[in-house]
Design a protein around this ligand. Structure first.
Ligand code: HEC
Length: 155
């Protein structure tokens, strides 16, 4: 009886330890996978080349001049609106996290895929993980945007 008990004890701790090793390493692998996929890397590079100058590498912006992207309530408003900001630019008076900004944001230059990668990087990285967009959606918004006056300002 004692032998069975010992066997059972060793068996169950064995199973437990296998799980405690497998589950955390699986999560780490999944996280690394997300961070190393080519769309994420492209978004990171594009963001740092095209946006970080004003919005800063960490998305904190510059108080009073360039609004923050990190934890921005404006970002959570409407995915289509934000895609339009990237494609068509923005020259308006906006309130971001309670502060007013009246600047000019030029349209981001790049292919539909590059814009989608920047968009997805921005939402993944700056605490707004809720949204993602495809290059097809970007292309549709771009086509529609050509009919609006807004783009003409920035031609
Ligand atoms: C030359 C400076 C500059 C650059 C470069 C720039 N922005 Fe902006 N951005 C602004 C300004 C200024 C505003 C506010 C515009 C207004 O007041 O109408 C803004 C607004 C925004 C907003 C909406 C407000 C918010 O904070 O949520 C988003 C999103 C955004 N920019 C993302 C980007 C991304 C992504 C890039 C890179 C492709 C980029 N910006 C490049 C200056 C810049």
């Amino acid at each position: 009886m004692k032998r069975y008990y010992l066997f059972f004890l060793l068996f169950s701790t064995g199973i437990l330890s296998v799980f405690t090793i497998i589950i955390p390493s699986y999560t780490v692998v999944m996280q690394q996978h997300r961070k190393s996929d080519s769309s994420y890397t492209n978004g990171y590079n594009q963001y740092n080349n095209k946006c970080a100058f004003c919005h800063q590498k960490d998305g904190s912006g510059i108080n009073g001049y360039y609004p923050p992207l990190y934890n921005s309530d404006y970002l959570l408003k409407d995915k289509k609106l934000i895609a339009e900001v990237l494609i068509l630019g923005l020259m308006d008076t906006i309130i971001v996290n309670g502060k007013t900004y009246s600047g000019i944001m030029h349209p981001a230059l790049g292919t539909d895929q590059e814009i989608a990668d920047i968009f997805n990087y921005m939402y993944q990285e700056f605490g707004n993980n809720a949204q993602s967009i495809s290059s097809l959606e970007i292309s549709k918004i771009r086509k529609k945007g050509k009919e609006t006056k807004r783009l003409e300002i920035y031609k």
